[in-house]
Design a protein around this ligand. Structure first.
Ligand code: COA
Length: 315
């Protein structure tokens, strides 16, 4: 397949580090130095499904495809206000599509997993045009009195339309269960029979362990995808990486021994918007006109699970 169109949509509320330091024991200096984040977009009165539909419509317009031409919709999402129905079905109705759809939760690595699924369906002859939408509101998962987590995240939606082609050269996914490193519990409705203890626990994170996993997994995944597609690291024009922390991005860049200008970032003014990071960054680069036909692009993301993945494609 090939990516024929991209789109994104963001909440209007911008929250700066100085705004956070008004109610948290933190500072602009600490957050910028440790993460690279200066500000993030945070959901206030918006609904995530509306941002998702807006990103989808922009991607369809960019691709020159009508919603009724879609054969499948994949939505990557960790949390939203609905437990059911799935977000992909809400998006399907909002944009006027009639095709089947599915939600996936592969945490921050959802976009790479969605591309792998789209490509597999395409190779099996089941689809021609696929819409991927990543829509996330991780700011609703964190405890806003916990300075170790809430400063890291932002919200938003990113989308991509995939159409027939052989531009996706390789996708490599991996998983290694580490449920105690990055997790959140929610309580379900009680029943007369529930006897176990249940807790509502906001997002918990062993930051340094996640950091190490992220650098190792991304470096491995990208190397595997490059080897598989027989493309050298130096031949890649752009590396679009999960925007969790500028220090993680710099460590992966050092591992690959590639110049910094091949690594566009937006972590500075978005923070980590989970699986939306990759398609939002892709859309921003696309709309700036950075990509030309034939450019080689590597993407990589990692997240809770742990799960991770990388892809190599030609623009
Ligand atoms: N403001 C000020 N101080 C803070 C702070 C904040 N927002 N958050 C933590 N601190 C403090 C800690 O309490 C600790 O203080 P102490 O030494 O008195 O105990 C100190 O800063 C150092 O904390 P530490 O956790 O060791 O910092 P770090 O350099 O590892 O940076 C992260 C923390 C979270 C930024 C970093 O570990 C990270 O980015 N990890 C990966 C997270 C990630 O990517 N998650 C999403 C994956 S998809």
């Amino acid at each position: 397949m090939k990516i024929s169109g991209t789109g994104s949509a963001l909440p209007k509320q911008v929250v700066t580090n100085d705004m956070l330091s008004q109610f948290l024991d933190t500072s602009d200096e600490w957050i910028k130095t440790r993460t690279g984040v200066s500000s993030r977009f945070v959901i206030s009165d918006e609904k995530l499904e509306d941002l998702a539909a807006e990103a989808a419509e922009k991607a369809l317009k960019d691709a020159g495809i009508k919603a009724e031409d879609l054969d499948f919709i994949i939505c990557s999402n960790v949390v939203n206000e609905y437990i059911t129905p799935q977000l992909s079905c809400i998006i399907q109705g909002a944009i006027g599509a009639t095709c089947p759809c599915i939600d996936i939760n592969c945490a921050c690595a959802g976009f790479i997993h969605a591309v792998e699924m789209a490509e597999a369906f395409y190779q099996a002859g089941k689809v021609r045009n696929v819409l991927i939408v990543c829509a996330e509101e991780p700011t609703r998962m964190t405890d806003w009195s916990d300075r170790r987590t809430c400063v890291l995240f932002g919200d938003g939606a990113g989308a991509a339309v995939l159409t027939p082609g052989d531009n996706i050269k390789s996708v490599k996914l991996s998983a290694s269960s580490a449920t105690e490193k990055l997790w959140q519990y929610r309580t379900l409705q009680p029943t007369p029979y529930i006897t176990k203890d249940e807790m509502d626990v906001p997002l918990q994170m062993m930051g340094q362990d996640v950091f190490k996993f992220a650098v190792t997994a991304a470096s491995k995944d990208i190397t595997r995808a490059l080897n598989d597609s027989q493309i050298a690291a130096s031949d890649v024009d752009y590396y679009l990486l999960h925007q969790a922390n500028i220090r993680i991005i710099n460590a992966i860049q050092n591992y690959l021994e590639q110049p910094a200008d091949k690594f566009p970032t937006n972590v500075e003014n978005h923070g980590n918007s989970s699986s939306s990071c990759c398609p939002i960054l892709l859309d921003e680069c696309n709309r700036k006109g950075m990509f030309k036909k034939g450019d080689k692009i590597a993407m990589s993301a990692f997240g809770a699970g742990f799960v991770s993945g990388a892809l190599v494609m030609e623009w």
